[in-house]
Design a protein around this ligand. Structure first.
Ligand SMILES: CC(C)(COP(=O)(O)OP(=O)(O)OC[C@H]1O[C@@H](n2cnc3c(N)ncnc32)[C@H](O)[C@@H]1OP(=O)(O)O)[C@@H](O)C(=O)NCCC(=O)NCCS
Length: 154
């Protein structure tokens, strides 16, 4: 764990990031992740608010996890008068979990949000992702809302 370094992602991290994004967001294809990452890492993503990707790099240069954070103009439960730091994606490879890497990624993400003038952070997760809910709670995040989504065929 002491050998883990948290740093900003670079274009050369793209292939490893694609594999981790596929594990976190399997509904998008590898090609879609590749394209999206290229835009983000080259600073060409069509976003209006700052967005960064942090990676956790092990001593052998392999990536053990990542966290994508941006600013949102508002988030449930947060003061709407100023932007908040928002955890868009957070993943640690299975063989590196429960070793403090997620915590370390989040601490750097929170420092970045502070440097952007934020005084609040926000996040979301699926209702059946109990591990994520426990980790959020362990790291000081409180539940502010629960959503029910509906659909109807027209
Ligand atoms: C969520 C995730 C990033 C956490 O990464 P991690 O490196 O394992 O987390 P850490 O080891 O830094 O643990 C942080 C805290 O959460 C707690 N925690 C970690 N895994 C836990 C688990 N399975 N059950 C309960 N608590 C857990 C730890 O005890 C720790 O608290 P502590 O330091 O007070 O003991 C990782 O589990 C993951 O990638 N999960 C799959 C993807 C996912 O669900 N991402 C979140 C979507 S929003």
């Amino acid at each position: 764990m002491s050998d883990i370094c948290i740093r900003l992602a670079q274009l050369s991290d793209r292939d490893q990031l694609v594999r981790m994004r596929e594990a976190l967001w399997p509904k998008s294809s590898a090609d879609e992740h590749t394209l999206e990452l290229a835009l983000i890492l080259e600073g060409k993503a069509p976003v209006t608010m700052p967005l960064i990707i942090l990676v956790a790099e092990a001593s052998d240069r392999a990536l053990a996890g990542f966290l994508e954070i941006d600013l949102r103009s508002h988030a449930d439960g947060c003061n709407p008068s100023r932007p908040v730091g928002y955890i868009e994606g957070w993943y640690v490879a299975e063989n590196h979990r429960h070793m403090g890497i997620g915590r370390k990624l989040l601490a750097v993400a929170e420092d970045w949000a502070r440097s952007q003038g934020c005084v609040e952070m926000a996040s979301d997760t699926w209702v059946d992702n109990e591990v994520s809910q426990r980790v959020h709670k362990a790291l000081g995040y409180e539940v502010v809302d629960r959503c029910v989504h509906y659909r109807k065929t027209l």
